[in-house]
Design a protein around this ligand. Structure first.
Ligand SMILES: [Zn+2]
Length: 481
């Protein structure tokens, strides 16, 4: 109960205009928190996680039902439609490509690489056949980070080249640079692809090691050899992207008389310069293509006063994995925790704001995000094609996996190290008598980059993602989720 009040109160304070300065803000927050209905949370969660919704996979009947349920709740509460053309729905076009790639080494002539064992590769285009030819250039970590005085592409023209990059960032090797062991976004594979796009490369191959990726090659194999789902957007420079298994990368480097281990060491040092590998490849990907559509769901509670045109977003993804391989004879992946719980919390928060009568200065847009599990596709689509200007969005609060395990004496959020929202969060938590725990594991593993607040943060909108506390009332210290 205490935590239920705490998160609602914190949401309310964060959504309020100048929470710290306005004396009535705390009282308003209390009113919103008291208006949260435990029964409503349970009812939303039980409905969304029911077998009838078949795991809420985007583009399926169950996914559609979840979206319609959220829209119906927004309508019932009298929220304004904040999606496309006066509806609650924001359209997200999805393209799914199942790759069948072949990579040939063109110079010097040598054996082909073996798909799955040595590499995985997929098309970055919306076409059924994509071919990229070019010389390989090792760009180290493939990072351009002015604030760390780092530019792996300095003086380099990678047009018609296929860049080879390490994942993670140089702080992995040297704790005095970047943020040391704390993963920055420059370390994520998504960033490497984005930077290679900006540089105009024809392709990118990421070198996998278990340490730098934090997962084994088998994870790369299983993640990238099946259907690849993404938002259908106009093509950019990259034709293909993929991963190289470490030993296969070492062999390729050796063909050009280069030593992978030595270059990996060099890449972690300031002043590293990209190295042409003297190896050319031709990569062709045939893709089986299918298209579908899904929707984010958005409802707006108007603010009052001068800031009403601005907005705070409170969202959580409603999608889960649908129907898959049976576990103990059950093939429906219900996703009660991830993330019927967060969706239920968004709906309950919307209801609490409406019932309390509290009106914040800024408008609040409540969101059910789609296709988070497919790679933050719903939130990415909303940033690419926003329903309200991004410059008018003060903050986003993301609810992805709520605490279903009992009261805690603390609370946490991912992103506390990323923006000035941390101060408001700490004050709000203190007002509820909760300590703020910083989750080091989340920092090391880069959780900030892995849910729906992140596409907004990348576009300049401060964001937090609420996390459960760790000190459970009346439980032993090692009680964990
Ligand atoms: Zn989730």
């Amino acid at each position: 109960m205490r935590n239920r009040l705490a998160w609602a109160s914190i949401l309310s304070l964060l959504a309020s205009d100048a929470a710290a300065q306005r004396p009535s803000a705390a009282a308003d927050a209390g009113r919103v928190a008291r208006a949260v209905s435990q029964h409503a949370i349970r009812a939303h969660l039980e409905f969304l996680a029911d077998d009838a919704l078949e795991g809420r996979r985007p583009g399926t009947r169950g996914g559609e039902l979840a979206a319609k349920y959220i829209a119906a709740q927004f309508e019932r509460l009298g929220l304004e439609p904040a999606g496309d053309s006066g509806t609650y729905y924001h359209h997200v076009p999805i393209i799914t490509l199942t790759p069948n790639p072949v990579v040939k080494i063109t110079a010097p002539e040598s054996d082909e690489l073996s798909y799955r064992r040595d590499y995985v590769l997929w098309s970055m285009r919306n076409d059924s056949v994509t071919t990229a030819r070019g010389d390989l250039v090792f760009v180290g970590y493939g990072i351009v980070a002015p604030e760390y005085h780092w530019d792996d592409y300095q003086g380099l023209d990678v047009k018609n080249k296929i860049v080879v990059a390490l994942v993670n960032d140089p702080g992995l090797r040297d704790s005095t640079i970047f943020r040391g062991p704390i993963l920055t976004y420059y370390g994520r594979w998504t960033y490497k692809i984005e930077e290679a796009q900006r540089q105009g490369a024809a392709g990118i191959l990421l070198v996998h090691t278990p340490e730098s990726a934090t997962y084994p090659w088998t994870t790369v194999q299983s993640s990238w050899t099946g259907p690849q789902v993404r938002v259908e957007e106009p093509a950019k420079s990259l034709l293909v992207a993929g991963w190289l298994q470490r030993d296969a990368a070492a062999k390729l480097f050796a063909l050009g008389r280069q030593d992978l281990t030595r270059l990996m060491d060099q890449a972690a040092r300031p002043g590293f310069k990209a190295v042409p590998l003297g190896v050319g490849i031709e990569a062709t990907v045939r893709s089986a293509i299918s298209r579908s559509a899904t929707s984010n769901v958005l409802g707006r509670l108007p603010g009052s006063g001068a800031l009403a045109h601005d907005a705070v977003l409170i969202g959580g993804h409603y999608d889960h994995f649908g129907i898959g391989a049976p576990v103990a004879g059950d093939s429906i992946y219900n996703g009660a925790e991830d993330n019927a719980s967060g969706t239920a919390a968004v709906l309950a928060a919307a209801e609490a704001f409406v019932r309390s009568g509290v009106r914040t200065g800024r408008s609040i847009i409540f969101i059910g995000f789609t296709a988070e599990e497919s790679g933050l596709l719903g939130s990415q689509a909303l940033v690419s094609r926003p329903v309200t200007p991004l410059s008018g969005i003060a903050a986003i609060l993301n609810l992805d996996v709520m605490n279903l395990y009992g009261s805690t004496t603390d609370i946490s959020a991912v992103g506390l190290d990323q923006s000035s929202l941390a101060g408001v969060f700490r004050r709000s938590a203190a007002a509820e008598g909760l300590a703020v725990t910083s989750n080091r594991d989340a920092l090391l593993k880069g959780f900030f980059f892995r849910s729906d607040h992140f596409p907004f943060a990348r576009a300049g909108v401060p964001g937090l993602s609420l996390e459960s506390g760790l000190s459970f009332v009346g439980k032993p210290a090692d009680y964990c989720l």
